[in-house]
Design a protein around this ligand. Structure first.
Ligand code: ADP
Ligand code: MG
Length: 633
């Protein structure tokens, strides 16, 4: 209630600021600049802060928006609104082109590249005759809205802040959606590809979105200044925008406003205050500004917005979550499920799969088949090539030779997101969650392919029905694996064992036909392992197929129908658990590695599947306690 009241008051203040008595005209100009800068910085919060792509070149897009409208409204005498449309179209085209070419670059190459095209566009603006070269274009008309002209500073103020608030609203909506989860996963490398997220696509989308915000800012700037010249679109400003994003903080869209306001106000105050302190002869502004900013970054590493938010929290201005209420998505429709193949039908067929890393043959002509409704185990010591086999099947790594068929179709050579789309979903040996995102959102990422809600729908909040269905499905899978109590917590705050279980829930959200689990039970307590085994058993009974790598022999022997043993990349044995336990070659390999991390399961001579395995090690083992065959590599 208090929060709503305060928000209302802030809005009222913002809307009436220019007409309040005693407000200097200079403030309004300053607010206009803060608004214009914030728009560009908002794009950077999304692009760099959330998506992890550093750009020094946003000022070039501001220039595109500004110059397009400047030329169209002067030379061609068109309406500023057409100028906006054309500017956005041109920005979109240029950004798309640049994005497709440069966003493949990784590491430092992308930021370097943004420097390059920022400079290139700057010199282009400065050298084209029809853009007035370095003198630019003057005499730009004001924006008109029906009979009203928005030439006055106050009316531009209203327009700029209206546009900014809309952009903040849309960006927040975007981050809180299916597309938003995909964008937040951009930093995590290839993980999200395994859930059908087309990372290259989302990179370009974010890049174009950020560029469009720059373009809008440029349009507003041109009609506010009524003149443009190349200098505000140069590299210096590109760096300043990025700097504002860092100072403001990228954890929230409000960081953009906080960053723009902080930098502009501090700069301005330094210009006022310093000359009175040290005299006007010495120009210490830049130095003092630099020192201040180093201090800000030293003491507020995540930017100033988190500090402001925390102060708000101390003052009791935090929106409290409604207690014990059903979540908003509880009533959503259930997502359609894909039909599972009949039990016994062949699901996976791996035919002489091979992977070489330089001279090392990590997977050496492995062949096996897996049928619907079956749990198959892949076991072997560290470095045997199990995880690599998973990577080959799920499309994370290309095969050196051999074939993989899934549901009768070849999938080797296909992309990870294409394979995920077909119903082959996996978890990772090294947990790959987005630690700052809630468990619910992490799991919902797994259902990415089960909705088609796009970026525009998300930004305009038209995706709620489909978003609710995704979240409901995620919540269902979280409950299924027994993590309902931590649904809203950041995934990174859970112990590692439970993070693995989050990964399983995320994989289940993809509605798999075949589920690949890489060491799902590692790090779990005994009861947790039993609960997990019960869940996996239930999945099998529902007709899902599972392939798991696991070191816990009790777990594997009790659960699987069928085992494949690998050692040094080769296939050592294959069969039902009882035969594997009695297989001399397996025993030999296991015994051979006894000195390091192989604790050895010795077969009971007539061991039925699921019989507890007595370890060779002299230490007595409490029956039922897992015998570990070594930590995961
Ligand atoms: P496992 O999962 O059975 O413990 P891995 O499949 O992770 O084994 O590794 C098999 C072998 O391949 C190891 O010797 C490992 O060092 C090597 N290997 C795995 N991934 C790579 C890679 N990306 N580049 C080079 N070597 C790799
Ligand atoms: Mg492994």
């Amino acid at each position: 209630m208090r929060v709503r009241l305060l928000q209302g008051l802030c809005l009222l203040l913002l809307a009436t600021l220019p007409w309040l008595p005693g407000v200097p005209a200079f403030w309004i100009t300053q607010m206009n600049y803060i608004g214009l800068y914030s728009l560009v910085v908002l794009g950077l919060v999304l692009l760099t802060g959330v998506g992890g792509m550093t750009s020094f070149g946003q000022s070039a897009f501001v220039g595109l928006g500004a110059y397009t409208t400047a030329w169209l409204t002067t030379a061609a005498q068109l309406s500023p609104w057409l100028g906006l449309l054309a500017g956005l179209l041109l920005t979109c085209l240029v950004a798309y082109g640049l994005g497709v070419i440069t966003l493949r670059l990784s590491g430092h190459y992308l930021p370097l590249c943004t420097l390059a095209w920022c400079l290139a566009l700057y010199y282009l603006y400065g050298n084209l005759d029809f853009l007035g070269r370095y003198d630019g274009i003057a005499g730009i008309p004001p924006i008109t809205l029906g009979p009203w002209s928005l030439g006055a500073s106050e009316s531009m103020y209203l327009l700029i802040w209206l546009v900014l608030l809309l952009a903040l609203w849309a960006t927040r909506n975007l981050l809180d959606s299916r597309a938003g989860r995909a964008i937040r996963a951009l930093r995590s490398g290839s993980m999200a590809e395994s859930f059908g997220v087309d990372l290259a696509h989302y990179k370009v989308v974010v890049f174009v979105y950020a560029a469009l915000l720059g373009g809008v800012s440029g349009w507003l700037y041109a009609h506010m200044q009524r003149a443009v010249s190349p200098s505000p679109f140069g590299l210096g400003y590109g760096i300043e925008y990025l700097f504002m994003a860092v100072v403001g903080g990228s954890g929230s869209v409000w960081g953009a406003v906080a960053g723009a306001a902080t930098v502009l106000i501090v700069k301005d105050q330094l210009q006022n205050v310093l000359p009175t302190l040290v005299g006007s002869g010495v120009n210490l502004e830049l130095l003092a500004f630099g020192v201040l900013m180093i201090l800000v970054l030293q003491y507020a590493r995540d930017g100033v917005w988190p500090l402001i938010a925390r102060a708000g929290g101390w003052l009791g201005l935090r929106a409290r979550p409604a207690a014990a209420q059903a979540p908003w998505y509880a009533q959503a429709a259930e997502l359609p499920r894909r039909p599972l193949p009949a039990v016994g039908e062949r699901v996976l067929d791996v035919d002489r799969a091979r992977k070489e890393f330089g001279g090392l043959v990590a997977v050496n002509d492995i062949s096996f088949q897996l049928c619907a409704g079956e749990i198959m185990g892949l076991i072997g010591p560290n470095g045997a090539g199990k995880s690599t086999t998973f990577n080959l099947i799920s499309g994370v790594l290309p095969l050196s030779a051999g074939q993989v068929r899934f549901m009768g179709e070849r999938i080797d050579g296909r992309s990870a997101h294409d394979i995920a789309r077909r119903g082959l979903v996996r978890s990772f040996q090294h947990v790959q969650l987005l630690p700052d995102m809630s468990v619910l959102d992490n799991v919902a990422l797994g259902a990415h392919l089960r909705s088609r809600a796009g970026v525009a729908a998300a930004a305009l909040r038209l995706d709620r029905a489909s978003e609710a269905a995704l979240l409901r499905e995620a919540a269902r899978q979280i409950e299924r694996v027994g993590l309902a109590d931590v649904m809203e917590q950041p995934a990174g705050s859970l112990p590692l064992g439970r993070q693995r279980v989050v990964e399983i829930a995320r994989a289940l959200c993809g509605d798999p036909i075949l589920l690949l689990l890489d060491e799902p039970a590692a790090g779990l307590r005994y009861q947790e392992k039993q609960a997990l085994a019960a869940v996996l058993d239930q999945l099998r009974r529902e007709g899902m197929s599972l392939l798991l790598v696991e070191h816990d022999m009790d777990f594997v022997m009790n659960l699987t129908d069928h085992l494949l043993v690998m050692d040094f990349g080769t296939q050592l044995a294959e069969g039902v658990p009882a035969d594997i336990q009695a297989n001399p070659a397996v025993l030999e390999a296991y015994l051979g590695g006894l000195d390091d991390d192989w604790e050895v399961p010795v077969a009971a001579p007539t061991g039925a599947p699921g019989a507890a395995i007595a370890p060779v090690a002299a230490t007595p083992v409490v029956p039922g306690v897992a015998t570990r065959l070594g930590e995961g590599s």
